[in-house]
Ligand binder design. Structure first.
Ligand code: AMP
Length: 358
């Protein structure tokens, strides 16, 4: 007798949780691999393997429990994926992980396929950084660690008044990238899902507002002009084709004051700015992630409402009572018991009457 399809997900956070919930609806059972006990995803999954990402015995056991494997965050070691790939299919391919884990690889790849980014360089010393600033004819920039940066972590802004040596030492010798400061009008993102027959659909663009570098609010439609919206969709489709994506990826972009799009970051996965799709679309980003990696056809993401998505960060999750009474408000909590500053505890999607279908 045929058994139920089993999907393994590396990572136990809220993205894994929402993917597992979407999988359950399709009759697919999920096994989570995470170093964390009682992770948000394992609370709703069929099974969990708790072990570190380099525990080959545990990885082997995990691979034996599933038919196909994916991941829900980008800091999974590439070696873990390479090891698992010998045992079961893993999507998206580790090439996408390599590109999105390393800002130099990411920007080089984007630029090589003609997706514009802010001007950037990878200086080895403060002197080299100053030389680049001089060449660029500017006196400020943003330094970011090449690896393991997210939500503004591993970032510092340099202006002419900063002591560059002091700024440099705060990064403890981590390799750095420097970027020109973008004078942006707003920040947007687009999400693509591409299946094993190379069919793809796009969510967005979404308008994103950050507080303390963490996404606070997403609005759809984004309210940007139609040509830029179309261009953002064209760019992410090109990216998905060029990397031969199976699964979901997200592209974050700046809309500059002079009306250009500059790519900021690739996330090799579902994204916080697409959470609204659970409540406002026939097929959410999470369901499409599950569909694509499991060999099912990607589903049309048609949106039936306009939306505002509010993240519940830290103790905002303790003040949600009014949302339960608000018509059109959909409350999502991630099952995290400990409230910490800056921690994503849940989100609320507010459905509004639709004004335009994009
Ligand atoms: P990141 O970790 O690269 O996504 O950056 C986090 C946030 O910092 C972005 O969402 C922007 O708000 C801001 N930021 C990052 N890079 C730049 C840049 N080159 N110019 C202006 N703002 C930036």
């Amino acid at each position: 007798m045929e058994h139920t399809l089993r999907l393994g997900i590396l990572g136990g956070g809220q993205l894994g949780r929402m993917s597992a919930l979407a999988a359950a609806r399709l009759g697919i059972s999920v096994v989570i691999f995470t170093p964390e006990d009682h992770s948000p995803a394992s609370l709703v999954a069929a099974d969990t393997v708790v072990a570190t990402y380099d525990d080959e015995g545990a990885l082997q056991r995990f691979a034996g429990m599933v038919d196909v494997i994916s991941y829900e965050f980008e800091n999974i070691p590439v070696e873990t994926v390479a090891f698992l790939k010998k045992l079961k299919p893993v999507y998206p391919d580790e090439r996408l992980l390599e590109v999105s884990q390393d800002r130099v690889a990411e920007k080089s790849f984007l630029n090589a396929i003609d997706i514009p980014t802010a001007r950037w360089a990878a200086p080895k010393t403060p002197e080299e950084a100053l030389k680049h600033l001089e060449e660029w004819g500017v006196d400020s920039c943003i330094f970011k660690t090449v690896r393991f940066g997210y939500d503004g972590k591993g970032q510092a802004r340099y202006t002419g008044n900063t002591n560059i040596e002091t700024l440099w030492t705060q990064f403890n010798s981590s390799p750095l990238i420097m970027e020109e400061v973008v004078d942006f009008d707003c920040e947007i993102s687009v999400i693509v899902a591409r299946d094993q027959n190379k069919n793809m659909v796009v969510y967005g663009p979404m308008l994103n507002e950050h507080k303390n570098h963490i996404l606070a609010r997403t609005v759809v439609p984004a309210g940007i002009n139609a040509a830029l919206a179309e261009e953002s969709i064209k760019l992410i489709k090109k990216l998905a084709d060029q990397i031969d994506l199976t699964g979901v990826l997200t592209l974050e972009l700046f809309v500059t004051k002079d009306g250009r799009l500059l790519a900021n970051e690739i996330a090799p996965r579902t994204h916080n700015s697409g959470h609204w799709s659970i409540d406002a679309c026939a097929v959410s980003q999470f369901e499409n992630h599950v569909r694509c990696v499991c060999g099912l056809p990607v589903g049309a993401p048609e949106r039936h409402s306009d939306v505002e998505m509010l993240n519940l960060i830290g103790d905002e999750a303790l003040k949600i009572a009014p949302y339960y009474d608000e018509p059109g408000a959909c409350v999502h909590l991630y099952g995290k018991t400990e409230v910490r500053e800056g921690r994503k505890m849940g989100h609320v999607t507010r459905l509004r009457e639709q004004t335009q279908p994009l």
